[in-house]
Design a protein. Sequence first.
Lengths: 244, 290, 315
Amino acid sequence: MPPLLEVGALGKRFGGFVALEGIDLTVNTGERVGLIGPNGSGKSTLVNCLCGALHHDSGSIIFDGRAIDGLPAYRRTRLGLARSFQLPKPFRSLNLVDNLRIPLLYTVNARLGARLSDGTIGERCLALLDDVGLADKATRLPRDLTQVEMRKLELARAVASAPRLLFADETMAGLSPSEVEEILVVLVRLNEQGITIVLIEHIMRAVMSFSTRLVVLVAGQKIADGAPQEAIRNPEVERAYLGE
Amino acid sequence: MISLDLAVNAVVAGLLLGGFYAAVTVGVTISFGMLDIVNIAHPAFIMLGSFVAYVVNSNFGIDPILIGVVMAPVFFLVGMAVYQIYYYAFEQRGEESIQGLAFFFGLLFVGEVALILVFGVDYRFVEAPYIGLSLHLGVVDLPLRMLIPCLVSLLMLAVLQLFLGRTFIGRAILAVSQDRLALQLMAANPSTIKRIAFGISIATASVAGALLIIIQPVEPSIGRDYIGRIFAICVLGGMTSFPGMLAGAMLIGVVESITATFYGPSWAPAVAFGFLLLTLAVRPAGILGR
Amino acid sequence: MRAAKFWGVSFLVAAALLVLTRGFFTNEYFFFAGYVVLQYIVLSTAWNILGGYTGYTNFGVGAFFAVGAYSSVVLHKLTSLPVPVMIVVGGLMSGILGFGMGYLTLRLKGVFFAIATLALAIVAQTFIVNWDYVGGSRGVYVIRPQQAPLYGSYIQYLYSLMLVLAWVSVAIARTIERSRLGLGFNAIRDDEAAAEAGGVPTLRLKLISTTLSGALMGMAGAPLPYYVTYLDPASSFNLSYAVNSVAMPLIGGMTSWIGPVIGAVLLGTIQQLATVTISSALNLLIVGVLLVAFVIIAPNGIVGLVQARRRARLR
C-alpha cells in the first residue's frame, strides 16, 4: 500500500536562517508517528509547510499519491490533511457548535458528493463535541473553556474536517499529567477510528507511549527515524537533548 | 531636455523635505513600529503642534522651533493620557483591532474638525527671520525655511537615537518592542514603559508641527496628506530602524519633489501612497529589512 | 426567519414606509434629508459586510462612493439613461474596484490593509482630479431632469430609489449573516489562519466581501450627481464618508444587519438636524466624538448593549 504522505528533501529558509534542510519523511496509513526535537528544531515549521501555512522553498510533498506543493492550505484540508494549532485558535465569537460547523461546511460539504443537510451537520457537531467531552458546553463561547477544554476543541475542530492525516501540534503543552492522559485517550481513539496521526510533542512519556514510530528533528535536520526505543538510544539524539 | 538646474534643485529640495519627513514619521516609528499601536491620529497631533506654534508666534513673536521644543513636554503628557485611555479601552480588554483603529481614526477626525471650528479653513503661517532667506551654493538653492527644519529634524533623530540606545528607559523601550514577555519576567511593567514611549512619540509631534508651519502655511486638513506619507515611510524604513526611516523619508521626499516639479503638484499626494502600496505589495520588510 | 421570508417581510415594510412617507410629507426638505439618511444606511451596511462581518477595516469608502458617482457623470455626458441603470453601472464599476483593491491588498494584515485602502482612495481621487472629461478639480455641473418618472418631484424620485436600495442592501446583509458565507466571513474575522486550516477558501471569500461591499457603496453613490447637481472630487471623495461609514456600524453594532441601520438612522438624523440648526462642521465633530466615545465605552455598539442587558437578565 502506498504511503499516505511522502515528503522529499524539504527545505525552508527565512532570510539567511535555514529552518529546514533535506527533510525526508514517509507516513503510512494508520501509523502513529511521534515528532520530537528541541525548541527551534523546526517541528512547527515542518507542520506549517506540510499543511500549507508556509511555502516551502525546495523539495516535494506528496499526499495520497498527489503532489500538493503549490496548494493553499484550505485545499490541503479538503484533501484530508488536517492540523491542530499549538496555541489554540478558536473562533472566539462563535459558540462551540459553530466552531465545528465551519470545517463541516467548508471541508466535508465541499468535497464532491458529500452534501450534508443542516440538521445532519448540527448532529455531527454535537457528536464530535461529545467525543471529546464538551457536549454540555455546546452553546458556550470559547472564552468559557478551560485550557484543556480549549485543546480538546482544537482537536475536535481538526477532526471535524474528516481528515485522513492529522498533525497534532503540541496539544498537551502545559497540561497536568491527568489532562495529558485525557488527550492521549482521545488521540488513541481517533487513530483507532482510522485517522493517521503525527504527534508533535515535548512530553516524552506521552510520545513514547503513543507512537509506533519516532522521528527526531534537530536544527532543521532529521537525525533519527524508527522504532521509538531505538530512535531514543541514537547517540545523536542523546547529544541533542542532553548536550555534549 | 530636462533642465539640469531644475532637476538638481528638485533633488536637493526633496532631500531637505525628506529630512523633515523623518521628524514627522519618527513618532509613528515609535508608536507603531516599536509598540504596535496603530496611531493613525499622529497627523492630528502634528497639526495641533503647528497651530500651537502659530498662536504663540503670532501673539508673542517667539521662534516657532523654540515653541515646539518648549511645548514638547505638554504633548508628552497628552500622549501619556491618550495611551492610558487606549490601554484601558483596548489593550487591557484585548479588544479586536477594528475598535483600536476606529478609536484613532475618530481622534484624527475629531482633531481636524476641532481645529477647523477654532481656526477656520484659512491657511496660517508663522513669521521668523530666516523664512524667506536662502543660501546659494553654485546652482543649488537652499531655502532656509527648508534647511533649518531639516537640520532640526536630524538633530531630534540623533537625540532620540541616543536616548534609546544609552539611557535605561530608552533601552527598556527597545526591549519592550522586541520581547514583551522578557520584560515582564524582568518585573518591569511594560505598560508604564509603553506609556512613556507613546508620550515621547506625541512629543515629537510638537516639534514636527512647528517645523511644518515653517516650511509651508498650514490649514487643518493638511494632516490627511500625511497619513499616507507617515506610514509609507515607516514601512519603507523597516518599521523600527531610524536610519531606514531616514532613508525612506528622503526617498519619498525626492520622488515627491521631482514629481511636483516636472508633472505638477496635483500628482504629488499620490506619490507617497503609491509608494506605500508598492512597498506593501513587494517588500513588507522595508528597504533595509527588519 | 428564513431568508425568503425576510426578503418578503422587509419588502412589505419598505413599501409601506415608501407609501406612507411620500403620502404624508409635503415638505421637500424631508426628502432631501431622508435621501441622505437612506444613503448612509446603504453605506454603513456595505461597510459592515467587509468590516463587521469579515474583520477588515476599509477607510477608502470615499473612493467606492465617488466612483459610483463619477460613472454616472460619464454616462450622463455620453447618453441619457434612467437612474436605476446608472445605479447598476455604478455598482459594477465600484465592484470591479473592490475586486481589484482586494486582490492587491488582502494579503495585508489589519492596519496595513486599512492604510492601503486609504492609499487607494487618495490615488483614485488623484486620477479623477486630473481627468478633465469629468471636470477635474473644478468639478462638474449636472442638470437634474425636469420631469420625474411616475409622479412627484425629482428629489422624491431619488428618495424612492434610495429607499429601495437600502432595502436591498439590508436584505443582502441579513441573508449573508445567516448563511454559510456569513459564517465563513466570521471565521476569517476571528482567526484567518484557523479558518484557512478549516477548509475556508479565505482569499476567495475576502474578495467576495470587498467586491460586494464596494459594489453596494458604488450604488449608493450613483444617484449623487442628480442629488447635488454639482460634483467635485473634494466633496465626493471626502473623508467624512469614511468616518460615517465606520462610526455608524460601530455605534449601532457590527455583528448584526440591524446595527448599521440603527447607527445610520441615529447618526444621520442627528447630523441633518445639526447641519440645519448649528453648523455642518460641528455635526462632523459630533460624529467623531460619538465614534471615540462608543468605541471606548460600548465597543459592541447599541446592539451589543442590548444583548448584554438581555444576557444579564437571564442570569
